[in-house]
Design a binder for this molecule. Structure first.
Ligand SMILES: [Fe+2]
Ligand SMILES: [Fe+2]
Length: 316
């Protein structure tokens, strides 16, 4: 069998003693040999043999990647709550599954299934962050340094959840902030691709269209019957600025929901610390300095001071 028909999977993605919906192979020299057959249980003994061997690589067929990702999502809760799995592997798993989930969400924003998967992902992310103080650092190391709308959504959710936890918010509030953060830019799915993917500066007309994305995010949430005002406002108002010169509602700081302000700070921080076609990624320190020197009039000062403290506690 030719190697391009195979896709490598990490051992941490497989939960022992669960039923595996695809064949798993090991590679010896040029040859792939099947070690677990579709619908068989992955034995605990096999997991320990592989974990102790020098070559830990396992493979599945390319055609099974869809099955693999839905398997990952089905065991995500079990793996993230497993005390024997390292924080690094848990963080990787969150990012491995999230890119698929958020990608599907952006392709089909009206899909109920995609929303449910996204909520489950937020719940698992919160569980990791709440269980270990150093999880934010681990996630920041794993998170993408290139900008894609779907990894950006997860980054913003991770920062917002971590920050809300740092501020001692209740579990319910942290969950609402996380879900709103995951959905904050979902409205971009309604903006023409040529505007989203444009390399150069947007024209005034294009920017006016771009500025409607928070309203679309709000409407998509409403389409899904979201009634929680905290979530709706957090998503709709993540581009408001403290002096009322943001969009879409031109709210001043006083009238902007705290959750929207938290997402706004996380959103700017995520954009600055990732690479774009027109700029390099800033380090956390440089990003915070830039926010302080050039954007301080746009964001909530008190929250920003707390955000600096939170980041200096969490980041590298
Ligand atoms: Fe946005
Ligand atoms: Fe954003």
């Amino acid at each position: 069998m030719s190697s391009n028909l195979h896709f490598e999977i990490p051992l941490y993605a497989i939960k022992e003693e669960t039923r595996i919906p695809f064949n798993i192979y090991r590679k010896e020299e040029e040859f792939y040999s099947m070690i677990v057959e579709q619908n068989d249980i992955f034995p605990k003994k096999l997991a320990s043999i592989i974990s102790q061997s020098a070559n830990k690589a396992m493979y599945i067929k390319n055609e099974d990647t869809k099955k693999y990702y839905s398997y990952l999502e089905s065991v995500l809760g079990k793996i993230t709550s497993d005390t024997f799995v390292s924080l690094k592997d848990k963080s990787k798993l969150i990012y491995d599954t999230s890119s698929k989930i958020v990608n599907d969400l952006f392709e089909k924003p009206e899909s109920k299934e995609a929303i449910e998967r996204s909520k489950k992902l937020v719940e698992n992310t919160i569980n990791i962050i709440l269980s270990d103080d150093s999880s934010i650092r681990s996630m920041m190391e794993i998170g993408s340094h290139d900008y894609y709308t779907y990894t950006h959504s997860v980054d913003v959710a991770v920062f917002s959840i971590g920050f809300a936890n740092y501020l001692n918010f209740s579990y319910e509030d942290i969950s609402n902030i996380g879900n709103a953060a995951m959905m904050h830019d979902i409205g971009k799915s309604k903006i023409p691709q040529e505007i989203i993917n444009k390399k150069g500066k947007l024209s005034d007309e294009e920017f006016e269209i771009m500025k409607t994305h928070p309203i679309h995010s709000y409407e998509i949430l409403q389409f899904h019957n979201e009634k929680n005002e905290d979530i709706l406002k957090a998503a709709r108002n993540h581009h408001e600025k403290a002096r009322g010169n943001g969009y879409p509602d031109k709210l001043t700081s006083k009238n902007t929901h705290t959750f929207a302000k938290i997402i706004a700070i996380s959103d700017i921080f995520s954009a600055l610390t990732t690479k774009r076609s027109y700029k390099d990624a800033f380090s956390s320190f440089e990003a915070l300095r830039l926010m302080k020197t050039q954007m301080i009039d746009d964001i909530d000062k008190n929250l920003f001071i707390e955000f600096i403290k939170f980041m200096s506690k969490s980041s590298i």
